[in-house]
Design a binder for this molecule. Structure first.
Ligand code: FES
Length: 336
């Protein structure tokens, strides 16, 4: 992040995690259903709290090691691609340009509200592109947060390219939602089947990448049978199948996923998973069917669509200790 922040960057910088959460809650009713889960998942994948802790640390490299962070966790390294799973990614280039222009022309009056500013830019883009505003609010919120974490110069330097192929890019939001809602047929005697039912887990809607798993099987177990590609060559965390795994027992946090569609078709979060996701720092909720799950724990009872984050780490427990007043050194000297 540049030290020469402009007024807009300073305005955004004044918002902490709670402010972003509150703004997102206010915006959700205005985000099209196709991106309501995706936007919430994106904000869990790129948390401002983790970004700030690393940014403000005197020894970020040491913290990164303590948090056992693996993969691509820096937004600066994926400005154009981090949000490819949002439907609104299709409009990234227009939204990115509009946010950059807004950032330059911003004249603060001291009464700005984050959610209003996001809606204002989304409305501008909607008027220019004739795209429904509800399809632009989520991706505009993402662009605002990206600006916070990468700074205006880096954002401007990114190409703004849309990364979905033509066939998938032209799918309507309704079609995407219909595909997410579809369950696998089980044949004409499917109603007699019990344990041998099979379900599809789509893990990249833009390429139709998917694997099958048995009824009640955990998502990560199903993924392990998928040898259709050299997943390790694409992401070295993938030792078997497309979902990174290590422990398979809710201990390492490697296998977290976001659930774009079908969260209600996964088994309830059990005590161990519920406790560990908070300790990892991924999500802080007691919901039984949240949008963030550990793939080694979540059993499937139907077809689901997930998104695999490009990184994993174990930071929530340590950051909580730091917030409670422990020094960085003391909090990160605890054992997992
Ligand atoms: S593989 Fe370690 S938490 Fe799931």
């Amino acid at each position: 992040m540049s030290n020469n922040e402009n007024a807009f960057e300073k305005f955004l910088k004044n918002h902490e995690e709670e402010d972003w959460n509150a703004s997102l809650t206010e915006l959700l009713p205005f985000i099209h259903e196709v991106d309501r889960n995706a936007t919430q998942i994106w904000f869990k994948f790129y948390p401002i709290k983790l970004f700030r802790v690393l940014q403000e640390s005197a020894e970020p490299e040491k913290l990164i090691q303590k948090f056992v962070m693996q993969g691509k966790y820096k937004l600066a390294d994926q400005i154009d691609e981090s949000h490819v799973f949002l439907y609104g990614h299709r409009y990234w280039s227009q939204v990115k340009k509009a946010v950059e222009e807004y950032a330059v022309s911003f004249q603060p009056n001291g009464h700005e509200k984050l959610s209003n500013e996001i809606c204002k830019v989304a409305k501008n883009v909607s008027e220019q592109t004739k795209v429904d505003e509800s399809l632009l609010v989520g991706i505009t919120a993402v662009a605002f947060m990206t600006l916070v974490q990468v700074g205006l110069p880096a954002m401007k330097a990114a190409s703004g390219k849309m990364l979905i192929d033509a066939k998938h890019a032209k799918l309507s939001p309704e079609k995407v939602l219909a595909q997410r809602a579809k369950d696998d047929g089980q044949g004409i005697f499917g109603f007699l089947k019990t344990v041998d039912k099979q379900w599809t887990v789509t893990f990249n809607e833009n390429t139709d990448n998917s694997f099958k798993l048995m009824n009640e099987e955990e998502i990560a177990s199903g993924a392990a049978h998928d040898n259709s590609k050299d997943w390790k060559a694409m992401d070295e965390r993938c030792i078997e199948g497309p979902i990174p795994v290590e422990c398979r027992s809710a201990s390492c946090g490697t296998c977290w996923v976001g659930v774009l569609g079908g969260a209600e078709k996964l088994g309830d979060v059990k005590r161990l998973e519920g406790r560990r996701v908070k300790e990892f720092g991924y999500i802080d909720t007691d919901e039984k069917k949240p949008l963030i799950r550990l793939a080694c724990q979540a059993e499937s009872y139907g077809a689901v669509s997930i998104v695999i984050p490009p990184w994993n780490g174990f930071w929530g427990k340590y950051v909580r200790k730091m917030e409670e007043g422990e020094t960085e050194e003391a909090s990160t000297s605890m054992t997992a």
